[in-house]
Design a protein around this ligand. Structure first.
Ligand SMILES: Nc1nc2c(ncn2[C@@H]2O[C@H](COP(=O)(O)OP(=O)(O)OP(=O)(O)O)[C@@H](O)[C@H]2O)c(=O)[nH]1
Length: 336
């Protein structure tokens, strides 16, 4: 069953550190195969990562990653190609510079997903803010599913900007140096790949040996919540729609009364559900939240508040599934 491939948009002002972030993801991919879409190869220092051949419109990088150039007109077609199962990518990252405004880019992506890029999924709008020049009043911050507060090494105290960004942004704010965002925050690392072949130093490993000075990934949080009672569809949908504090994405399996379990995935307030495979059986909820500044106790009590009312009237009808089913993704991919 082909997975949908998340497409993450990276936006931010000139010099904020978008290319540095994209570079970090590529260099620290750790087995996650990434397709990068830029409109200028030079910007991401591609020379350092070229494995073979000259930069054409699609260039293979270390560890199965790809780098592509396009303009806004070619984006949907390129996303369809990059997210097709034959490309074997786990994540696609689009650097906004010069392609389109972030709001327009989100619309282009959603149109592409609804149209020809049927194996793509919305992976979130990541906005890079520079700790020196950054401004929490910036419009784009209010659109961000994740704010990366970059260049914190260049200020004495990033706390005031961090606090105002946290107040302004709907999603979490992650302070970093040199765009050091862990790819695992953006996508689940694939389990399918075997151990590296022995006796051969891969290009990826060689690259990493060159990274002595590069900062490790910024710390991010994950919180797992497991409950044995089914959840009320309307309450759970309202919880997800509100965008729980600090959560960038969430995933898990949830059972609602009178129905088989559903797989639930969110990025920001973009919600996707689909019936769980038959092999998955839960009595209630198994959820993992990923983000920054997560409140574990708060998430647990929020999920408790989604539980169906105890001692239901035996003749009462089950709560409607509609609040959840409206987020059901089409089965045109999973039925293949
Ligand atoms: N000190 C410091 N410098 C950084 C950091 N992140 C990026 N830089 C530097 O800041 C400059 C701009 O970074 P880029 O990644 O090119 O920024 P960008 O947002 O891609 O820029 P444009 O593509 O021009 O919009 C580069 O010289 C980077 O080396 C950081 O965390 N700390």
């Amino acid at each position: 069953m082909p997975r949908r491939v998340p497409v993450v948009l990276v936006a931010g002002h000139l010099g904020a550190g978008k290319s540095t972030l994209v570079n970090h993801l590529l260099r620290r991919a750790d087995g996650v195969r990434i397709g990068v879409v830029v409109n200028d190869f030079g910007a991401i220092g591609i020379d350092a990562m070229l494995v073979a051949g000259q930069a054409s419109s699609v260039t293979s990088l270390a560890d199965g990653c790809l780098c592509c150039t396009t303009d806004a007109n070619g984006l949907a077609r390129l996303l369809a190609e990059l997210t097709a199962p034959s490309a074997r990518l786990d994540l696609v990252v689009v650097e906004a510079s010069g392609l389109a405004e972030p709001r327009e880019l989100v619309r282009l992506l959603l149109d592409a997903i609804a149209g020809e890029a049927q194996h793509a999924a919305y992976g979130g709008l990541v906005v890079v803010v520079d700790a020196v020049e950054g401004d929490a009043a910036d419009d784009v911050v209010r659109l961000a599913d994740l704010v990366v507060l970059n260049q914190v090494d260049r200020v004495d105290d990033p706390a005031p900007l961090l606090v105002s960004l946290r107040a302004a942004a709907p999603g979490p704010v992650l302070p970093v140096v040199r765009g050091a965002v862990d790819p695992a925050l953006l996508v689940d690392p694939p389990a399918r790949r075997g151990p590296p072949r022995s006796g051969q130093l891969s290009f990826d490993v060689l690259l990493r040996e060159d990274l002595g000075e590069e900062h490790a990934h910024a710390a991010w949080d994950s919180v797992a919540v497991a409950r044995d009672a089914p959840l009320d569809p309307a309450r759970f949908a309202a919880f997800l729609e509100a965008g729980p504090v600090g959560v960038f994405r969430a995933k898990g399996v949830v059972r609602f009364p009178g129905a088989a379990p559903f797989v639930v995935q969110t990025v920001g307030t973009a919600i996707r559900v689909r019936p769980a495979p038959r092999s998955v059986d839960v009595a209630g909820a198994r959820l993992v939240f990923l983000g920054a500044g997560l409140d574990a106790a708060g998430l647990e009590s929020a999920i408790d508040a989604c539980a169906v009312d105890p001692d239901p009237d035996p003749i009462r009808r089950e709560p409607s599934l509609l609040p959840i089913l409206r987020y059901e993704e089409s089965d045109r991919v999973d039925a293949v």
